[in-house]
Design a protein around this ligand. Structure first.
Ligand code: TXE
Length: 487
């Protein structure tokens, strides 16, 4: 990363161990979401840059695949060590680049980015070859590298999600080209510096910046790319899936969500209310796992509504660098426009705004940022557009339900199926509901409590495949069976 004129930071591509500008030498400006000020610029890469990055990954592929799994695990640990030594820099860069509060950036983004590398180092060390004995033969199932892969990531949890893909992908012997969101390039760039400083062989991890259409799309379609791991919006995911399927690439799609938070009548509201608010508004609601529809059993609807709104109104929105800030800005003016359009739609659809949906009163230095107060909407039908479309911002809708069957029906009533949470004093009642929810993950009396060994992913329009633990190790390898007859 070079400091350009007027302190504008020039971020470059990383291809074959070198930092290089895009061939067309065009730039994309990168803005701080909380102030609207330009903070850096990235290459507006296109096909030729993609071609060079794929070539570098291919050149590194044979040597990297020859390493043993333990040697690759050692590399992951080394990268984790180097990342950890820059922990505070990761946290502050991520907060600057996304507009999220420093407290969240530290506790969620920076922490998990280091953990991802350490976790997969250990998972890969523990990897065992499976053997299947027949009467007169033995089968050995080995996991070979797939080859060159594309890792495409979004702007909401930039390094958290990029490291979640890079670690298992290279740990299983592949070489990769990363394409981070053009809205949040900073920590992806830091990762590449860390990888360089750690001494990872050139070309194992490459990174190109640019838009989805000009850089992402040619990467997905490149004939030498054998797998694509994508996290982002459902609409884009379907384009990526179609492009990858054309040449039978392995594909993993982690897409959008419209998750239900189900509050049963036996819930201890005072005990759980702050966790439910966190599940609704963490990262300004810009997490695919956030609970954006809150289903409350009729008997406790009014008391819950009052306590929930009171708790939301206590959230501190403002300066992301302030340790006491709970909510920062949205990622971009376009995203703010999208979320604001849903506030207006909620009213058109007959909803009542109980709180939020306006610009907060914060310092003049932030007036150029993308700000909106956390919004709670009552009175909408569960079938309304606001209650079924992904908004991906600080807006939740409240809905009463009669009984458990009613809650399950409403919860399953959208095109998404990613996650959900259930709040109850009877966890077996909660588990019975969870088993009938058409989603990939359900939390009971907690949220975002993550064991990295479990499967992560959704159904329907929330995606295809699973990440995490053995599911990632399986995706980033080809299972080959060797059957040996007894002599
Ligand atoms: O993501 P995109 P965006 C949702 C959320 C948000 C919507 C769009 O609702 O409003 O997605 O967000 C690259 N071929 N989520 O626009 O478009 C792109 O450059 C290859 C949920 O930020 O999905 C970026 O690097 N790549 C999600 C990445 O794909 C393409 C988190 C994601 O971009 C491409 C973020 C193409 N044709 C947004 N088009 C989650 N599940 O957490 C774009 N890209």
């Amino acid at each position: 990363m070079k400091v350009g004129c007027d302190q504008l930071i020039d971020i470059l591509n990383h291809i074959g161990g070198k930092e290089v500008q895009g061939i067309d030498e065009n730039w994309i400006l990168n803005y701080a979401p909380s102030t609207g000020k330009v903070i850096s610029r990235i290459p507006k890469s296109s096909y030729q840059d993609v071609e060079n990055a794929v070539k570098a990954a291919k050149n590194a592929s044979e040597g990297w695949a020859k390493l043993s799994k333990d040697e690759r695990a050692d590399w992951l640990d080394k990268i984790a060590d180097c990342l950890e030594s820059r922990f505070d820099e990761i946290a502050s860069l991520e907060s600057l680049d996304t507009g999220k509060p420093i407290r969240i950036s530290r506790a969620v983004d920076a922490t998990r980015s280091v953990t991802n590398f350490r976790f997969y180092a250990q998972q890969i060390r523990e990897l065992k070859i499976e053997h299947f004995r027949m009467e007169n033969a033995t089968n050995h199932v080995i996991k070979r590298p797939v080859g060159v892969g594309a890792l495409i990531t979004p702007w909401n949890l930039p390094l958290y999600l990029l490291s979640w893909k890079v670690a298992p992908a290279i740990g299983m012997g592949n070489t990769v080209i990363c394409k981070p969101s053009e809205l949040t390039p900073m920590t992806a760039n830091l990762l590449m510096q860390v990888i360089k400083d750690a001494g990872l062989p050139d070309g194992v991890v490459n990174l190109i910046h640019g838009t989805g259409i000009e850089a992402g799309s040619p990467l997905v379609s490149h004939p030498d790319v054998r797998f694509v791991s994508f996290t982002g919006g459902t609409e884009t995911g379907s384009v990526v899936g179609r492009d990858a399927a054309a040449s039978f690439k392995k594909i993993s799609l982690e897409l959008g969500g419209k998750n239900a938070t189900i509050v049963l009548d036996d819930c201890d509201i005072d005990r759980h209310i702050d966790s439910i608010v966190r599940a609704s508004f963490l990262n300004q609601g810009q997490v695919c796992l956030c609970g954006s529809r809150i289903l409350i059993q009729e008997a406790i609807y009014e008391i819950f509504k009052t306590k929930f709104v009171d708790s939301v109104n206590r959230l501190k929105i403002g300066d992301p660098s302030d340790e006491n800030t709970d909510l920062g800005s949205l990622i971009s003016p376009q995203h703010l426009e999208k979320v604001t359009s849903y506030v207006n739609l909620a009213i058109e659809e007959g909803g009542t705004i109980l709180t939020g949906g306006i610009s907060p009163e914060i310092g003049a230095e932030f007036e150029g940022g993308n700000w909106i107060t956390p919004t709670v909407v009552d009175g909408l039908s569960p079938d309304s557009r606001c209650s079924t479309e992904e908004i991906f911002g600080p807006l939740v809708t409240l809905h009463p339900f009669k009984n458990d069957e009613d809650a399950i029906r409403i919860s399953n009533g959208t095109r998404y199926g990613l996650a959900g949470s259930i709040w109850t004093n009877d966890s077996s009642r909660g588990e019975n509901i969870a088993k009938q929810m058409d989603t990939g993950m359900v939390w009971i009396n907690t949220w975002l409590h993550r064991d990295l060994r479990v499967p992560f992913g959704g159904v329907k329009d929330s995606g295809l495949g699973r990440e995490g633990g053995k599911w990632s190790l399986g995706f980033y390898s080809e299972a080959t069976n060797i059957c040996i007859m007894d002599e």
